[in-house]
Design a protein around this ligand. Sequence first.
Ligand SMILES: [Zn+2]
Length: 479
Amino acid sequence: MNDKNLKNGFTRRDFFKNSAAASALMMGAGFLASGCSANGASRPGDAKNVIFMVTDGMSIGTLTSTDMTMRRKLGRISNWIDLYEKNKCRRSLMDVAPLDAIVTDSAASAAAWGCGHRVPVRKLNMGPNDEVYTPILTHFKNAGKSTGLVTTARITHATPAGFAANVTHRNMEDEIAEQYYEREHDLYMGGGDRHFDASKREDGRDLYGDFSTKGYQVVKNSSELASASTGGKLLGVFSDGHLPYELDRTSTPDLTNSVPSLTEMTEVALDRLSRNSNGFILQVEGGRIDHGAHGNDLGGLIYDQIAFDDAIGVVLRFQEENPDTLVIITTDHGNASPTLNRSFNGYEATEIEFDRIQNFKYTNDWVLNGLDESSSVNYIRERVEEATQIGITSGQARILQQALRGEHRALYEMMSPPDATLGAIMANYTSVNWTGTSHTGDYVQLAALGPGSDKLNGFTINTELFYLMAESAGVSVEA
Ligand SMILES: [Zn+2]
């Protein structure tokens, strides 16, 4: 890897150069036997479809604790770890740094995959001097492929927008929604009503009306999604902001009925996009794992990661039936490094404490939404117990009360707000603790299978995935 190129934000690897000779060498070394391309090396254009799955803000402890919870509660291995265990994919660690920092945000991270350039944090597919880089969905659309975005965050949020928009700041979500309209991708599903509804947008523009005029079916809840006809373009917006956390969604009948799961949205997307005989590209984001980590909210984190893993299952079944599909599964950065520690009460106690996650009914976010600076110690205890079945002590509730009043000061100051305070209190009962409330600089997990995945090395620079997707699909990105 050329460091000078990296500093300029540009890293290109020609994945298929000398690929025949290289793969012959690797086969001789038994390399492919341990990878996923049992039928030999892939060639440019072998991947008719590309599915990019990103769980936002997943530290390795999130993947681990989720897999352990799934095994212990549901009696099954996670789809992600199953890929590793059965050697069904190529694995890599990925450096996700942005152009101008050593810890990234979601915008710069998604843009590196989305345009092949490292860009400054908060920018989407625009360089340090506002250079405009064509996003990958535009390249695929120009090549005659269908294009789609699915997320549990606002559809205009940084990660989906990283594949489709050009803005100088990720907060320009009204503009991102307009670019989605202008660029006419086939399918958008997620939250973010506030950026489409005329009564909520600053400029009063009725973007839903505009999308409808252009021939989009616009759906706003599960039943409308279920009854949408299968042809044509689709805009599905199921919440004012982000979609609810999976734990709260499944514990609240109104939300269960009205908001589709990530799995349901992914099934709809694959069904619709795969009707194009030229193939498609789809990004599927588990958008709220990141928020669970920011909030040190174990229930929010784990159950959204399980939901993401369920969506992986849908995608893997599709890939099995459509082996000319490149599937990439990764995250854009770590966040807060949740980790199962040996319990203060000993090794034997650790699993009893960890298994308490299985009884959670609501997230910490739900707990805190019902509390304020006037909440009594008793009420705080009741609300925590209703959500988690855990009875915290009066002393702990008093510390949370102080945090709610802005009077609590943790030694690591990032940990002073109510969410981090509650997260630390809960760590006494679950043995899962956090290092902070923000993104980390860790290298991240990357799994890939299908045509092109055999070109991945054990260590990847984020921008390389842009070229891997384009070259594997035979899509020109020179424009
Ligand atoms: Zn974040």
